[in-house]
Write a protein that binds this ligand. Structure first.
Ligand SMILES: Cc1cc2nc3c(=O)[nH]c(=O)nc-3n(C[C@H](O)[C@H](O)[C@H](O)COP(=O)(O)O)c2cc1C
Length: 256
């Protein structure tokens, strides 16, 4: 698998200012290519590097790579989960901004882009953040059945999920999600008029980083079906993974 090391900007050079780094920074793969015990999240520090620094490193499949494990259903599922995990961490990943579909109170479909904030592979849960006053919230509370769609054009890969949503408002889940949010994201929820309100001119951006919690909601989606479609000149491939009420997994190939 083509992997590379992404050195996060949170890295800091122990001996000086990051901006005064040597001209050859960041280190490229040929200079520094360790075997990482945990392929997703490993801290490295110390003298094995060209100069003293401490970084958090993440090994990731090349962002533009097509999937490499396309013969085995277990591998496909594991890689699909890894892509969602990556979406949380990597702003450039298509999995960072899935499209979420819900059903309106008039029974018509509604879709919108949302940022994937958290992925819990073990429990098949994804967390999204929204404003309690947004149109989607009432719809989701009425009909919690959602679909999620990601198309990664660089990988020619589409993944669709069928899920049910739980809305968390001013509870422990909402508080943890709020605490994990960046201040700039929190400020969005402080806007006075509800999202979707018609206004005479674009409102100015709110700046208060705390008062918006009263409008904040965390959406936790639990999915029971994952469908994978990969387009390739050698033959398209499609697979479906469904979990029953007992959480038993059924995996099958589908005609693309
Ligand atoms: C890149 C991108 C990311 C977005 N992320 C979110 C998000 O995380 N939560 C959210 O409520 N809306 C997000 N939006 C705005 C929604 O797409 C949508 O316009 C808004 O939530 C109103 O949707 P609704 O009327 O269906 O409630 C995002 C939009 C874009 C373009």
């Amino acid at each position: 698998m083509d992997t590379r090391i992404i050195i996060k900007l949170s890295a800091y050079v122990q001996s000086g200012n990051f901006l005064n780094r040597p001209p050859n920074f960041p280190i490229n793969k040929d200079q520094f290519n360790p075997t990482l015990p945990d392929p997703h999240n490993t801290s490295i520090s110390g003298s094995c590097l060209p100069y003293p620094l401490s970084v958090k490193a993440t090994t990731l499949t090349d962002i533009s790579a097509h999937p490499t494990r396309t013969d085995d259903l277990n591998d496909i599922l594991a890689d699909a989960f890894a892509l969602f995990s990556r979406g949380v961490a990597d702003r450039r990943s298509a999995f960072r901004t899935p499209t979420i579909a819900s059903i309106g109170s008039d029974n018509t479909p509604r879709i919108r882009t949302m940022v994937l904030r958290r992925f819990d592979a073990m429990n098949r849960r994804l967390t999204l953040h929204t404003d309690q006053r947004a149109g989607k919230l009432a719809d989701i509370m009425h009909t919690p059945n959602l679909a999620l769609h990601v198309y990664d054009a660089r990988a020619a890969l589409q993944i669709r999920l069928a899920a049910t949503a739980q809305v968390h408002i001013e509870d422990e889940v909402a508080r943890a999600a709020w605490a994990a949010s960046a201040p700039i994201s929190r400020a969005c929820y402080a806007i006075e008029a509800a999202p979707g309100t018609a206004v005479a001119a674009p409102p100015s951006a709110p700046s208060d980083k705390e008062s918006g919690f009263k409008n904040f909601a965390a959406l936790v989606l639990r999915f029971h079906r994952l469908e994978w479609l990969w387009l390739h000149h050698s033959g398209h491939r499609r697979a479906a993974f469904t979990w029953g009420v007992d959480d038993a997994l059924h995996a099958t190939w589908l005609v693309p």
